[in-house]
Design a protein around this ligand. Structure first.
Ligand code: ATP
Length: 260
């Protein structure tokens, strides 16, 4: 068995067996504890790929292995113990408290109608704490700001204690401070993470590898500093991209212009 935590083999998707591909067959693997960024213009297929990884859509072809197990050979509850997702669409459980929402992350680990135990409670406390939400636990979800709700959804996913965490645009709705917090959390978490990101500078900073999609095809995969070249970025986003060196922080930084 491969030492990779996530193995994607020839996976493709289309809305029907005769429909054109939305995602053309692609393959990649990701080692345990690493973070992969999915990058591409609007409509490139990022969310489509993520939906296959968190088992919302079944691939038209190919297989996905998480921890060596074929994701589609697992029962839904077993799959939910392995893979958690934080999506752009937030739930409408407005009448639940923050703690109740985070507690939902424990559901795949509970048997039948058993209520949650002390271990569940500790995990929920830890997840709230990791996301800086201790003071919010009795607030109604519906009363929170967009950014606070986003942090609750990440806390719920952490409470699920997954092996693979899928994040669809995790910095949406977040102000700069909370974006930086999410980025540093992603770096610290001892989880295998696949995240879509629109901010290329952030992707280069936070990801161990990057998968660049264009029109549903994998244009490049690998080290962020190789994949995110001026040429690749200009081509996949139809812009003129320039990599500039910031001498103060000793980092490279993309700037973008419309092609003249
Ligand atoms: N169920 C579906 N039926 C038909 N077309 C679909 C379906 N789901 C997605 N698509 C199309 O597939 C393409 C890729 O969509 P997807 O949501 O994966 O893009 P994305 O890269 O996540 O875009 P964005 O950055 O705008 O969120 C789009 O053209 C979309 O309209």
């Amino acid at each position: 068995m491969s030492s990779s935590d996530l193995v994607v083999e020839n996976v493709s998707w289309a809305p029907g067996s005769r429909a054109p591909y939305v995602l053309h067959p692609l393959s990649f693997s990701l080692d345990a504890g690493k973070t992969l960024g999915i990058i591409g213009a609007n409509g490139a297929g990022k969310s489509t790929l993520l939906r296959l990884l968190y088992r919302y859509n079944r691939p038209l072809s190919g297989n996905i292995y998480v921890g060596g197990e074929d994701l589609w050979s697992l029962r839904p509850r077993q799959a939910a113990r392995r893979v958690a997702a934080v999506l752009q669409e937030q739930p409408t459980d407005f009448a639940l408290t923050v703690r109740e929402i985070v507690a939902l992350g424990r559901t795949p680990h509970q048997r039948g109608f058993a209520s949650s135990g002390a271990r569940d409670s500790d995990i929920i406390d830890g997840s709230l704490q990791q996301m800086g939400l201790q003071g919010f636990q009795d607030r109604l979800f519906g009363s929170l700001s967009g950014g606070e709700r986003q942090r609750v959804m990440v806390a719920r996913a952490l409470a699920q204690r997954p092996q693979l965490l899928i994040l669809d645009e995790p910095t949406n709705h977040l102000d700069i401070r909370h974006q930086l917090e999410i980025v540093s959390l992603i770096r610290e978490l001892d989880l295998t993470i696949v995240t879509s990101l629109h901010d290329l500078n952030m992707a280069a900073e936070v990801c161990d590898s990057v998968l660049l999609l264009k029109d549903g095809q994998m244009l490049a995969y690998g080290d962020p500093f190789e994949v995110l070249s001026e040429q690749h970025v200009s081509s996949s986003f139809s812009v003129s991209a320039r990599l500039e060196h910031l001498s103060v922080s000793d980092r490279s930084h993309f700037t973008f212009h419309l092609p003249s």
